[in-house]
Design a protein around this ligand. Structure first.
Ligand code: NZQ
Ligand code: ZN
Length: 394
Protein backbone atom coordinates (compact mmCIF):
# COMPACT_ATOMS: atom_id res chain seq x y z
CA UNK A 1 0.00 0.00 0.00
CA UNK A 2 1.36 3.43 -0.99
CA UNK A 3 0.84 6.71 0.86
CA UNK A 4 -1.80 8.91 -0.70
CA UNK A 5 -3.49 12.33 -0.59
CA UNK A 6 -7.24 12.24 -1.14
CA UNK A 7 -8.56 15.71 -1.94
CA UNK A 8 -12.17 16.10 -3.07
CA UNK A 9 -13.30 19.63 -2.26
CA UNK A 10 -16.34 19.56 -4.56
CA UNK A 11 -19.74 19.99 -2.94
CA UNK A 12 -22.10 17.53 -4.63
CA UNK A 13 -25.79 18.36 -4.90
CA UNK A 14 -27.47 15.27 -6.30
CA UNK A 15 -31.00 14.43 -7.41
CA UNK A 16 -34.17 15.58 -9.11
CA UNK A 17 -34.58 19.33 -9.80
CA UNK A 18 -31.30 20.19 -8.09
CA UNK A 19 -30.42 22.53 -10.98
CA UNK A 20 -32.98 24.94 -9.51
CA UNK A 21 -30.54 25.50 -6.62
CA UNK A 22 -27.74 26.78 -8.84
CA UNK A 23 -28.38 30.45 -7.99
CA UNK A 24 -28.18 29.72 -4.27
CA UNK A 25 -24.92 27.76 -4.74
CA UNK A 26 -23.25 30.51 -6.79
CA UNK A 27 -24.38 33.08 -4.25
CA UNK A 28 -22.62 31.13 -1.48
CA UNK A 29 -19.35 31.72 -3.33
CA UNK A 30 -19.65 35.49 -2.82
CA UNK A 31 -18.67 36.27 -6.39
CA UNK A 32 -19.95 39.18 -8.43
CA UNK A 33 -20.29 37.91 -12.01
CA UNK A 34 -20.45 34.50 -13.64
CA UNK A 35 -19.57 33.23 -17.10
CA UNK A 36 -22.06 30.54 -18.14
CA UNK A 37 -20.19 28.18 -20.45
CA UNK A 38 -21.92 25.47 -22.49
CA UNK A 39 -21.76 23.34 -25.60
CA UNK A 40 -23.43 23.05 -28.97
CA UNK A 41 -27.01 23.63 -27.89
CA UNK A 42 -28.42 20.60 -26.04
CA UNK A 43 -28.85 22.73 -22.91
CA UNK A 44 -30.74 25.36 -24.92
CA UNK A 45 -33.04 22.77 -26.52
CA UNK A 46 -33.78 21.01 -23.23
CA UNK A 47 -34.69 24.27 -21.48
CA UNK A 48 -31.94 23.71 -18.88
CA UNK A 49 -30.12 26.94 -19.72
CA UNK A 50 -33.30 28.95 -19.14
CA UNK A 51 -33.86 27.29 -15.77
CA UNK A 52 -30.26 28.00 -14.77
CA UNK A 53 -30.56 31.66 -15.78
CA UNK A 54 -33.84 32.07 -13.88
CA UNK A 55 -32.22 30.64 -10.77
CA UNK A 56 -29.30 33.10 -11.10
CA UNK A 57 -31.72 35.98 -11.74
CA UNK A 58 -33.65 35.08 -8.60
CA UNK A 59 -30.45 35.55 -6.57
CA UNK A 60 -29.55 38.73 -8.52
CA UNK A 61 -26.36 37.20 -9.85
CA UNK A 62 -24.97 38.87 -12.95
CA UNK A 63 -23.73 36.71 -15.82
CA UNK A 64 -22.50 36.59 -19.38
CA UNK A 65 -22.73 33.56 -21.66
CA UNK A 66 -20.42 31.69 -23.99
CA UNK A 67 -21.71 28.61 -25.80
CA UNK A 68 -20.20 26.62 -28.64
CA UNK A 69 -17.93 24.16 -26.82
CA UNK A 70 -17.46 21.08 -29.01
CA UNK A 71 -16.48 17.55 -27.94
CA UNK A 72 -12.66 17.53 -27.80
CA UNK A 73 -12.93 21.21 -26.75
CA UNK A 74 -10.81 23.63 -28.71
CA UNK A 75 -8.16 26.06 -27.50
CA UNK A 76 -9.53 28.81 -29.78
CA UNK A 77 -12.78 29.00 -27.79
CA UNK A 78 -10.79 28.95 -24.55
CA UNK A 79 -8.92 32.06 -25.73
CA UNK A 80 -12.25 33.68 -26.62
CA UNK A 81 -13.57 32.83 -23.15
CA UNK A 82 -10.51 34.30 -21.44
CA UNK A 83 -10.92 37.57 -23.37
CA UNK A 84 -14.64 37.74 -22.58
CA UNK A 85 -14.16 36.91 -18.90
CA UNK A 86 -11.45 39.56 -18.50
CA UNK A 87 -13.46 42.19 -20.38
CA UNK A 88 -16.58 41.51 -18.30
CA UNK A 89 -14.71 41.19 -14.98
CA UNK A 90 -16.03 37.67 -14.46
CA UNK A 91 -14.94 36.01 -11.21
CA UNK A 92 -16.82 32.70 -11.41
CA UNK A 93 -17.33 30.18 -14.21
CA UNK A 94 -20.41 28.01 -14.42
CA UNK A 95 -20.11 25.07 -16.80
CA UNK A 96 -23.47 23.69 -17.92
CA UNK A 97 -22.89 20.50 -19.85
CA UNK A 98 -20.46 17.58 -20.04
CA UNK A 99 -16.74 17.05 -19.77
CA UNK A 100 -16.03 19.27 -22.75
CA UNK A 101 -17.81 22.32 -21.32
CA UNK A 102 -16.28 21.69 -17.88
CA UNK A 103 -12.74 21.24 -19.23
CA UNK A 104 -13.05 24.36 -21.36
CA UNK A 105 -14.31 26.25 -18.28
CA UNK A 106 -11.28 25.06 -16.30
CA UNK A 107 -8.94 26.23 -19.07
CA UNK A 108 -10.61 29.64 -19.13
CA UNK A 109 -10.28 29.73 -15.34
CA UNK A 110 -6.52 29.15 -15.61
CA UNK A 111 -6.22 31.68 -18.42
CA UNK A 112 -7.90 34.47 -16.46
CA UNK A 113 -6.02 33.80 -13.23
CA UNK A 114 -2.51 33.47 -14.73
CA UNK A 115 -0.35 35.60 -17.00
CA UNK A 116 0.88 34.26 -20.34
CA UNK A 117 -0.39 31.57 -22.69
CA UNK A 118 -2.73 29.04 -21.05
CA UNK A 119 -1.54 26.34 -23.51
CA UNK A 120 1.80 26.25 -21.64
CA UNK A 121 0.06 24.32 -18.86
CA UNK A 122 -1.19 21.70 -21.31
CA UNK A 123 2.31 21.48 -22.81
CA UNK A 124 3.61 21.05 -19.26
CA UNK A 125 6.20 23.79 -19.68
CA UNK A 126 4.93 25.51 -16.49
CA UNK A 127 2.25 25.05 -13.83
CA UNK A 128 -0.67 27.28 -12.88
CA UNK A 129 -0.67 29.25 -9.65
CA UNK A 130 -4.43 29.93 -9.53
CA UNK A 131 -7.75 29.22 -11.25
CA UNK A 132 -11.10 31.00 -11.11
CA UNK A 133 -13.64 28.98 -9.12
CA UNK A 134 -15.66 26.59 -11.28
CA UNK A 135 -19.23 25.40 -10.69
CA UNK A 136 -20.91 22.64 -12.71
CA UNK A 137 -24.41 21.63 -13.79
CA UNK A 138 -23.72 18.19 -15.25
CA UNK A 139 -25.66 16.85 -18.25
CA UNK A 140 -23.74 13.66 -19.08
CA UNK A 141 -22.21 11.03 -16.82
CA UNK A 142 -18.82 10.25 -18.31
CA UNK A 143 -15.56 12.03 -17.60
CA UNK A 144 -15.87 12.73 -13.90
CA UNK A 145 -14.55 16.22 -14.67
CA UNK A 146 -17.25 17.56 -12.31
CA UNK A 147 -15.04 16.40 -9.40
CA UNK A 148 -11.67 15.74 -11.04
CA UNK A 149 -8.55 17.87 -11.27
CA UNK A 150 -8.29 17.16 -15.01
CA UNK A 151 -8.87 19.28 -18.07
CA UNK A 152 -8.28 18.09 -21.64
CA UNK A 153 -8.03 20.64 -24.45
CA UNK A 154 -7.35 20.28 -28.17
CA UNK A 155 -5.17 22.88 -29.90
CA UNK A 156 -6.86 23.68 -33.22
CA UNK A 157 -3.60 23.93 -35.13
CA UNK A 158 -2.49 20.34 -35.73
CA UNK A 159 -5.38 19.04 -33.54
CA UNK A 160 -3.07 18.31 -30.62
CA UNK A 161 -5.04 16.97 -27.62
CA UNK A 162 -3.36 17.42 -24.23
CA UNK A 163 -4.35 17.09 -20.56
CA UNK A 164 -3.44 19.25 -17.59
CA UNK A 165 -4.18 18.02 -14.06
CA UNK A 166 -4.18 20.44 -11.16
CA UNK A 167 -6.20 20.49 -7.92
CA UNK A 168 -6.72 24.23 -8.39
CA UNK A 169 -9.42 23.47 -10.95
CA UNK A 170 -11.49 20.98 -8.99
CA UNK A 171 -15.02 22.42 -9.15
CA UNK A 172 -16.34 24.05 -5.98
CA UNK A 173 -19.76 22.49 -6.58
CA UNK A 174 -21.35 20.00 -8.94
CA UNK A 175 -25.09 19.77 -9.46
CA UNK A 176 -26.07 16.30 -10.66
CA UNK A 177 -29.66 15.64 -11.63
CA UNK A 178 -29.80 12.21 -13.33
CA UNK A 179 -32.94 13.30 -15.21
CA UNK A 180 -30.84 15.79 -17.19
CA UNK A 181 -29.03 12.87 -18.85
CA UNK A 182 -32.25 11.36 -20.25
CA UNK A 183 -32.06 13.43 -23.44
CA UNK A 184 -28.67 11.92 -24.36
CA UNK A 185 -28.39 9.93 -27.59
CA UNK A 186 -27.82 6.23 -26.76
CA UNK A 187 -24.35 6.44 -28.29
CA UNK A 188 -23.28 9.21 -25.87
CA UNK A 189 -24.74 7.32 -22.91
CA UNK A 190 -22.67 4.28 -23.92
CA UNK A 191 -19.54 6.40 -24.47
CA UNK A 192 -20.02 7.81 -20.98
CA UNK A 193 -20.39 4.36 -19.37
CA UNK A 194 -17.23 3.24 -21.15
CA UNK A 195 -15.27 6.24 -19.90
CA UNK A 196 -16.46 5.62 -16.34
CA UNK A 197 -15.33 1.99 -16.51
CA UNK A 198 -12.02 3.05 -17.98
CA UNK A 199 -11.31 5.57 -15.23
CA UNK A 200 -11.68 2.73 -12.75
CA UNK A 201 -9.76 0.18 -14.81
CA UNK A 202 -6.87 2.63 -15.32
CA UNK A 203 -6.44 2.63 -11.55
CA UNK A 204 -7.16 -1.09 -11.10
CA UNK A 205 -4.68 -2.60 -13.58
CA UNK A 206 -1.48 -1.66 -11.81
CA UNK A 207 1.64 -3.52 -10.86
CA UNK A 208 2.37 -1.61 -7.69
CA UNK A 209 0.55 -1.28 -4.38
CA UNK A 210 -3.09 -2.03 -3.72
CA UNK A 211 -5.58 -1.67 -0.89
CA UNK A 212 -8.25 -4.29 -0.40
CA UNK A 213 -10.88 -1.64 0.28
CA UNK A 214 -9.93 0.28 -2.88
CA UNK A 215 -10.07 -2.86 -5.01
CA UNK A 216 -13.45 -3.81 -3.58
CA UNK A 217 -14.88 -0.35 -4.26
CA UNK A 218 -13.49 -0.47 -7.80
CA UNK A 219 -14.97 -3.90 -8.51
CA UNK A 220 -18.38 -2.94 -7.14
CA UNK A 221 -18.29 0.24 -9.21
CA UNK A 222 -17.47 -1.66 -12.42
CA UNK A 223 -20.17 -4.29 -11.83
CA UNK A 224 -22.70 -1.53 -11.12
CA UNK A 225 -21.86 0.39 -14.29
CA UNK A 226 -22.03 -2.74 -16.48
CA UNK A 227 -25.39 -3.74 -14.99
CA UNK A 228 -26.96 -0.30 -15.32
CA UNK A 229 -25.53 0.42 -18.77
CA UNK A 230 -27.42 -2.69 -19.92
CA UNK A 231 -30.61 -1.44 -18.27
CA UNK A 232 -30.26 1.94 -20.02
CA UNK A 233 -29.81 0.19 -23.37
CA UNK A 234 -33.38 -1.07 -23.02
CA UNK A 235 -34.86 1.80 -21.04
CA UNK A 236 -32.98 5.11 -21.34
CA UNK A 237 -35.57 6.78 -19.07
CA UNK A 238 -34.84 4.57 -16.04
CA UNK A 239 -34.12 7.15 -13.31
CA UNK A 240 -32.41 4.80 -10.89
CA UNK A 241 -30.08 3.42 -13.55
CA UNK A 242 -29.23 7.00 -14.62
CA UNK A 243 -28.51 7.87 -10.98
CA UNK A 244 -26.26 4.84 -10.42
CA UNK A 245 -24.24 5.68 -13.52
CA UNK A 246 -24.01 9.36 -12.68
CA UNK A 247 -22.65 8.85 -9.19
CA UNK A 248 -20.31 6.10 -10.40
CA UNK A 249 -18.94 8.58 -12.96
CA UNK A 250 -17.89 11.00 -10.26
CA UNK A 251 -16.50 8.33 -7.93
CA UNK A 252 -14.50 6.73 -10.72
CA UNK A 253 -12.43 9.85 -11.36
CA UNK A 254 -12.33 11.82 -8.10
CA UNK A 255 -9.42 9.73 -6.81
CA UNK A 256 -11.37 7.27 -4.65
CA UNK A 257 -10.67 4.21 -6.79
CA UNK A 258 -6.94 4.94 -6.80
CA UNK A 259 -6.22 5.35 -3.08
CA UNK A 260 -3.17 3.33 -2.05
CA UNK A 261 -2.02 2.33 -5.52
CA UNK A 262 0.84 3.75 -7.56
CA UNK A 263 -1.17 6.35 -9.45
CA UNK A 264 -2.61 4.00 -12.04
CA UNK A 265 -1.80 2.99 -15.58
CA UNK A 266 -3.59 5.50 -17.88
CA UNK A 267 -1.92 4.22 -21.06
CA UNK A 268 -5.29 3.55 -22.73
CA UNK A 269 -6.26 7.17 -22.07
CA UNK A 270 -3.02 8.46 -23.54
CA UNK A 271 -3.46 6.23 -26.60
CA UNK A 272 -7.03 7.55 -27.02
CA UNK A 273 -6.03 11.19 -26.73
CA UNK A 274 -3.95 10.84 -29.90
CA UNK A 275 -6.85 9.17 -31.73
CA UNK A 276 -9.27 11.81 -30.45
CA UNK A 277 -6.95 14.60 -31.56
CA UNK A 278 -6.29 13.19 -35.03
CA UNK A 279 -9.75 11.82 -35.86
CA UNK A 280 -12.02 13.84 -33.54
CA UNK A 281 -13.86 10.75 -32.27
CA UNK A 282 -15.93 10.54 -29.06
CA UNK A 283 -13.58 9.89 -26.13
CA UNK A 284 -15.44 6.83 -24.73
CA UNK A 285 -15.66 5.13 -28.12
CA UNK A 286 -11.95 5.72 -28.73
CA UNK A 287 -11.13 4.09 -25.40
CA UNK A 288 -13.28 1.01 -26.14
CA UNK A 289 -11.62 0.65 -29.55
CA UNK A 290 -8.10 0.25 -28.09
CA UNK A 291 -8.71 -1.25 -24.65
CA UNK A 292 -8.84 -4.93 -25.72
CA UNK A 293 -5.62 -4.59 -27.70
CA UNK A 294 -3.90 -2.84 -24.81
CA UNK A 295 -5.17 -5.51 -22.39
CA UNK A 296 -3.84 -8.43 -24.46
CA UNK A 297 -0.52 -6.62 -24.97
CA UNK A 298 0.11 -6.05 -21.25
CA UNK A 299 -1.61 -9.18 -19.89
CA UNK A 300 1.55 -11.19 -19.24
CA UNK A 301 3.01 -8.42 -17.04
CA UNK A 302 -0.08 -7.99 -14.88
CA UNK A 303 -1.68 -11.43 -14.83
CA UNK A 304 -2.90 -11.51 -11.20
CA UNK A 305 -4.95 -8.34 -11.71
CA UNK A 306 -6.47 -9.55 -14.98
CA UNK A 307 -7.31 -12.88 -13.35
CA UNK A 308 -8.99 -11.14 -10.43
CA UNK A 309 -10.88 -8.81 -12.79
CA UNK A 310 -12.15 -11.76 -14.84
CA UNK A 311 -13.52 -13.55 -11.79
CA UNK A 312 -14.75 -10.67 -9.61
CA UNK A 313 -16.03 -8.27 -12.27
CA UNK A 314 -16.79 -10.29 -15.40
CA UNK A 315 -18.04 -13.40 -13.58
CA UNK A 316 -15.72 -15.89 -15.30
CA UNK A 317 -15.64 -19.34 -13.65
CA UNK A 318 -12.38 -20.45 -12.03
CA UNK A 319 -11.67 -23.17 -14.59
CA UNK A 320 -8.39 -23.47 -16.49
CA UNK A 321 -5.15 -21.56 -16.08
CA UNK A 322 -4.95 -18.00 -14.75
CA UNK A 323 -4.12 -16.82 -18.26
CA UNK A 324 -7.09 -18.60 -19.82
CA UNK A 325 -9.41 -17.09 -17.22
CA UNK A 326 -7.87 -13.64 -17.73
CA UNK A 327 -8.30 -13.84 -21.53
CA UNK A 328 -11.93 -14.85 -21.11
CA UNK A 329 -12.43 -11.79 -18.88
CA UNK A 330 -11.05 -9.49 -21.59
CA UNK A 331 -13.24 -11.14 -24.24
CA UNK A 332 -16.34 -10.81 -22.07
CA UNK A 333 -15.62 -7.12 -21.50
CA UNK A 334 -15.41 -6.65 -25.26
CA UNK A 335 -18.73 -8.51 -25.66
CA UNK A 336 -20.20 -6.05 -23.20
CA UNK A 337 -18.84 -3.07 -25.17
CA UNK A 338 -20.37 -4.42 -28.37
CA UNK A 339 -23.67 -5.06 -26.59
CA UNK A 340 -23.97 -1.35 -25.78
CA UNK A 341 -22.92 -0.27 -29.27
CA UNK A 342 -19.26 0.48 -28.55
CA UNK A 343 -16.43 -0.43 -30.94
CA UNK A 344 -13.63 -2.84 -30.03
CA UNK A 345 -11.36 -2.12 -33.03
CA UNK A 346 -10.34 0.99 -34.95
CA UNK A 347 -12.39 -0.26 -37.91
CA UNK A 348 -15.50 -0.49 -35.74
CA UNK A 349 -14.67 3.02 -34.51
CA UNK A 350 -14.99 4.10 -38.14
CA UNK A 351 -11.37 5.07 -38.80
CA UNK A 352 -8.59 3.45 -40.82
CA UNK A 353 -5.33 5.23 -40.05
CA UNK A 354 -2.40 4.82 -42.44
CA UNK A 355 0.94 3.38 -41.28
CA UNK A 356 2.28 6.92 -41.17
CA UNK A 357 -0.67 8.17 -39.09
CA UNK A 358 -0.19 5.34 -36.58
CA UNK A 359 3.50 6.17 -36.35
CA UNK A 360 2.60 9.81 -35.79
CA UNK A 361 0.11 8.90 -33.04
CA UNK A 362 2.68 6.68 -31.29
CA UNK A 363 5.25 9.50 -31.50
CA UNK A 364 2.75 12.03 -30.15
CA UNK A 365 1.62 9.68 -27.38
CA UNK A 366 5.16 8.98 -26.21
CA UNK A 367 5.99 12.69 -26.31
CA UNK A 368 2.85 13.61 -24.33
CA UNK A 369 3.79 11.00 -21.67
CA UNK A 370 7.38 12.17 -21.40
CA UNK A 371 8.69 9.02 -23.08
CA UNK A 372 6.81 6.20 -21.39
CA UNK A 373 3.46 5.42 -19.77
CA UNK A 374 1.86 2.63 -17.79
CA UNK A 375 1.88 0.62 -14.60
CA UNK A 376 0.42 -2.73 -15.68
CA UNK A 377 3.33 -2.61 -18.11
CA UNK A 378 5.51 0.37 -18.92
CA UNK A 379 4.99 1.25 -22.59
CA UNK A 380 7.40 3.07 -24.89
CA UNK A 381 6.80 4.47 -28.36
CA UNK A 382 7.36 1.10 -30.06
CA UNK A 383 4.84 -0.58 -27.70
CA UNK A 384 2.29 2.14 -28.40
CA UNK A 385 2.76 1.63 -32.13
CA UNK A 386 2.24 -2.13 -31.75
CA UNK A 387 -1.00 -1.57 -29.83
CA UNK A 388 -2.31 0.81 -32.53
CA UNK A 389 -1.46 -1.90 -35.08
CA UNK A 390 -3.22 -4.58 -33.03
CA UNK A 391 -6.34 -2.40 -32.74
CA UNK A 392 -6.20 -1.67 -36.47
CA UNK A 393 -5.55 -5.21 -37.74
CA UNK A 394 -8.24 -7.00 -35.75
O1 NZQ B 1 -22.54 20.18 -26.98
P1 NZQ B 1 -23.92 19.74 -26.64
O2 NZQ B 1 -24.95 20.27 -27.56
O3 NZQ B 1 -24.26 19.95 -25.19
O4 NZQ B 1 -23.97 18.13 -26.93
C1 NZQ B 1 -23.15 17.22 -26.23
C2 NZQ B 1 -22.05 16.61 -27.10
O5 NZQ B 1 -22.42 16.57 -28.44
C3 NZQ B 1 -23.99 16.01 -25.92
N1 NZQ B 1 -24.73 16.12 -24.68
C4 NZQ B 1 -24.22 16.31 -23.44
N2 NZQ B 1 -25.22 16.27 -22.53
C5 NZQ B 1 -26.37 16.06 -23.21
C6 NZQ B 1 -26.06 15.98 -24.59
N3 NZQ B 1 -27.01 15.77 -25.54
C7 NZQ B 1 -28.27 15.62 -25.13
N4 NZQ B 1 -28.64 15.68 -23.81
C8 NZQ B 1 -27.73 15.88 -22.84
N5 NZQ B 1 -28.09 15.87 -21.56
O6 NZQ B 1 -23.08 14.93 -25.80
C9 NZQ B 1 -21.95 15.19 -26.61
C10 NZQ B 1 -20.71 14.90 -25.79
O7 NZQ B 1 -20.51 15.87 -24.78
P2 NZQ B 1 -19.08 16.05 -24.11
O8 NZQ B 1 -19.16 17.09 -23.06
O9 NZQ B 1 -18.06 16.18 -25.17
O10 NZQ B 1 -18.90 14.57 -23.45
P3 NZQ B 1 -17.99 14.06 -22.33
O11 NZQ B 1 -18.55 14.41 -21.00
O12 NZQ B 1 -17.77 12.64 -22.63
O13 NZQ B 1 -16.60 14.87 -22.46
C11 NZQ B 1 -15.57 14.42 -23.31
C12 NZQ B 1 -14.32 15.26 -23.16
O14 NZQ B 1 -13.78 15.19 -21.84
C13 NZQ B 1 -12.41 14.73 -21.88
C14 NZQ B 1 -12.40 13.90 -23.14
O15 NZQ B 1 -11.11 13.65 -23.62
C15 NZQ B 1 -13.23 14.75 -24.09
O16 NZQ B 1 -12.48 15.82 -24.59
N6 NZQ B 1 -12.02 14.07 -20.63
C16 NZQ B 1 -11.93 14.83 -19.52
C17 NZQ B 1 -11.50 14.33 -18.31
C18 NZQ B 1 -11.37 15.19 -17.10
N7 NZQ B 1 -11.51 16.49 -17.23
O17 NZQ B 1 -11.13 14.71 -15.99
C19 NZQ B 1 -11.12 12.93 -18.14
C20 NZQ B 1 -11.53 12.07 -19.27
O18 NZQ B 1 -10.72 10.93 -19.31
C21 NZQ B 1 -11.55 12.71 -20.62
O19 NZQ B 1 -10.28 12.67 -21.26
ZN1 ZN C 1 -11.69 9.29 -19.82
Amino acid sequence: MFNFDYFTPTKVVFGRETELRVGELVKQQNKSKALIHYGGGSVVRSGLLDRVKKSLDAQRIEYVELGGVVPNPRLSLVYEGIELAKRECVDFILAVGGGSAIDSAKAIGYGVANEGDVWDFYEHTRTASACLPIGVVLTIAATGSEMSNGSVITKDKGMVKRAYDDDLARPVFAIMNPELTMTLPDYQTACGCTDILMHTMERYFTSGGNMEVTDSIAEALMRTVIKNARILRNDPQDYDARAEIMWAGSLSHNGLTGCGNDGGDFATHMLEHEIGGMFDVAHGAGLAAVWGSWARYVLGDCLPRFHRFAVNVMGIAEEGSAEEIARKGIARMEDFYRSIGMPTTLKELGISPTQEQMAEMARGCAAACGGSQGSAKVLYEEDMLRIYHMANDR
